[in-house]
Design a protein around this ligand. Structure first.
Ligand SMILES: Cc1ncc(COP(=O)(O)O)c(C=O)c1O
Length: 401
């Protein structure tokens, strides 16, 4: 490792909180599916900032939109109107098929917004007694890091030391329709879930589960709330992961690729009967829906549409999956994925594999010790997928049996 790399990592170690365990690489610039470290070494980025970079790093059209807006007006707050908020909301509603959208910043904030929206709907529309609303969530969920969200996480590292947990949540087994049906009670207002669990290790629910969830939620007057922050906007080979079963949830929660990685932009999208219940003063955010955020997010969405990124993810994903399925190693337990969202699960810790890949020039990250997630930008070409696979195969072959 170079002195410069060492020095920069030591600075973070000394002055930062140790809430991450990053790979020892210091990135200085990026373009498309590639990043370069401070020494100029090039890497494939197969994490894509946890799927925030579906459009690739520094997509020229998104960068141009950001530059055009910078120096004009970046922030107004929602105390005033800005000329880009309306067009952004209109585009988001067209893509999601919903009547309204509420822009926020981080993913966790958008999930919190969806929770508030579901509770409000429960009290104002379903007739749930005040402070009695219940929301059903799934085991092994990951929805973000706020106190409420970690309070219903089954990941001990996320929640331990941060209690007491916010009341009003019940957890059921992921992918089990019967468990959802049994958990619903008169005060249940919503079911919050990931259509594929990303942080849990790319866990794909059984076929038919999403459609069953839709039916159960409708029959019981419970809102179906899909956290598509990681799976949405093309990642799984469709615009939304719910589209794989032609299911429309009542609420979409979006983030990450909504800005193509240039700015934190998130949103909740739902019909008027849900989002129409917010009144002035009941919710807000200083930066949410800022002109800069809207300019960037509109360009990011337009790139997804114009470059047919969901379709490309499906095609390149199918090609890469075929290659990944040829991998052989006595400790390789499972290869799974949809679109360009994969996991390789091993019977051993994968940190050495991750470090091997780093040395070979491919960045990926372990999730839950034994699983490595592969999620390149959706702009990856077939030729690049082939080159990246060669590195993955080499790193897997070098893993001790
Ligand atoms: C499904 C899901 N929901 C919510 C979040 C939280 O997003 P953020 O880190 O922007 O708060 C993430 C982040 O990984 C996620 O994958």
């Amino acid at each position: 490792m170079s002195t410069k790399t060492d020095r920069l990592i030591a600075l973070v170690d000394k002055h930062g909180a140790h809430n991450y365990h990053p790979l020892p690489v210091v990135i200085a610039r990026a373009r498309g599916p590639f990043v370069w470290d401070v020494q100029g070494k090039k890497y494939f980025d197969f994490l894509s900032a946890y799927s925030a970079l579906n459009q690739g790093h520094n997509h020229p059209k998104i960068v141009a939109a950001a530059k055009k807006q910078l120096g004009k007006v970046a922030l107004t707050s929602r105390a005033f109107h800005n000329e880009l908020l309306g067009p952004f909301l209109e585009l988001l509603c067209r893509i999601t098929g919903k009547e309204r959208a509420l822009p926020m910043n981080s993913g966790a904030e958008a999930v919190e917004t969806a929770i508030k929206a579901m509770r409000l709907w429960g009290y104002r529309r379903k007739g749930v007694p005040e402070n009695k609303a219940e929301i059903i969530v799934c085991s092994e969920n990951f929805h973000g890091r706020t106190t409420t969200l970690v309070g219903f996480s089954s990941d001990h590292d996320s929640s331990a030391g941060f209690g007491p947990a916010t009341p009003g949540f019940r957890s059921i087994a992921y992918g089990n329709a019967g468990a959802l049906e049994r958990a619903i009670r008169p005060n249940t207002v919503g079911f919050l879930f990931e259509p594929i669990q990303g942080e849990a290790g790319v866990i794909i629910p059984p076929e038919g589960w999403l459609a069953a969830v839709r039916a159960i939620c409708s029959e019981n007057r419970v809102l179906m709330c899909a956290d598509e922050i990681q799976t949405g906007l093309g990642r799984t080979g469709k615009m939304f992961a719910c589209d794989h079963e032609s299911v429309a949830p009542d609420l979409y929660v979006l983030g990450k690729a909504l800005s193509g990685g240039l700015y934190p932009v998130s949103a909740v999208c739902a019909d008027d009967e849900i989002l129409g219940l917010f009144t002035p003063g009941t919710h807000g955010s200083t930066f949410g829906g800022s002109p800069l955020a809207c300019a960037i997010a509109m360009a990011a969405l337009q790139v997804i549409l114009d470059e047919r990124l969901p379709q490309r993810a499906a095609k390149t994903g199918a090609y890469l999956k075929e290659l990944l399925e040829t991998l052989e190693h006595p400790l390789l337990k499972d290869v799974r994925g949809r679109g360009l969202m994969f996991a390789l699960e091993f019977k051993t810790r994968v940190r050495p594999l991750v470090e091997n890949l780093l040395a070979l020039g491919l960045l990926a990250k372990d999730t839950h010790e034994n699983t490595i997630r592969l999620a390149p930008p959706l702009t990856l070409t077939q030729a690049q997928a082939k080159d990246a696979f060669a590195l993955i195969a080499k790193a897997v072959a070098a893993l001790p049996a």
